[in-house]
Design a protein around this ligand. Structure first.
Ligand SMILES: [Zn+2]
Length: 149
């Protein structure tokens, strides 16, 4: 992993003054996703009406795609050309999953180049008991696409 110095103030980064911040960029990505979900949900409603019977039909909402943004940015580390953002996605009132987004600067904005998820085996601690977690090698993060072509 590259070492990134934490962002101080955008003003200190000079040419990045008018650039979209990593947080703004990710928030607009999440909003665009829920907008797409809302369109898909219209079609899913018809699918459920056709295929579901009672009592499942009363719970058809459980099968819809998420239509509001729940993710919250918890940490941003930014250099001139890259940023790493840790976000929490709540699953319920008392549990959630952390994701680590790798961003690359493109023009005045960003592209997401990789999304890691918190290691479930060590719960993002990098350790299992007194040993280093062998699932994430102590990194605390898993890149699910690491070995994908
Ligand atoms: Zn682990």
């Amino acid at each position: 992993m590259q070492s990134l110095r934490p962002v101080r103030r955008v003003a200190e980064l000079g040419s990045l003054d008018c650039m979209t911040t990593p947080q703004q960029f990710l928030e607009s990505f999440w909003q665009a996703k829920v907008d797409a979900h809302a369109e898909a949900n219209v079609r899913l409603e018809a699918v459920h009406a056709k295929y579901f019977g009672e009592p499942l039909l009363r719970h058809a909402r459980d099968f819809m795609m998420r239509d509001r943004v729940l993710s919250v940015v918890e940490d941003v580390q930014q250099s001139r050309d890259t940023a790493i953002v840790v976000a929490r996605e709540p699953l319920s009132a008392d549990s959630g999953m952390h994701y680590r987004y790798h961003l690359s600067a493109v023009g005045e904005s960003w592209k997401i180049t990789r999304i890691d998820r918190e290691c479930l085996h060590c719960r993002g601690t990098g350790r299992l008991g007194r040993a280093v977690c062998q699932f994430c090698d102590g990194d605390r993060w898993i890149n699910p696409r690491k070995n994908a072509v």
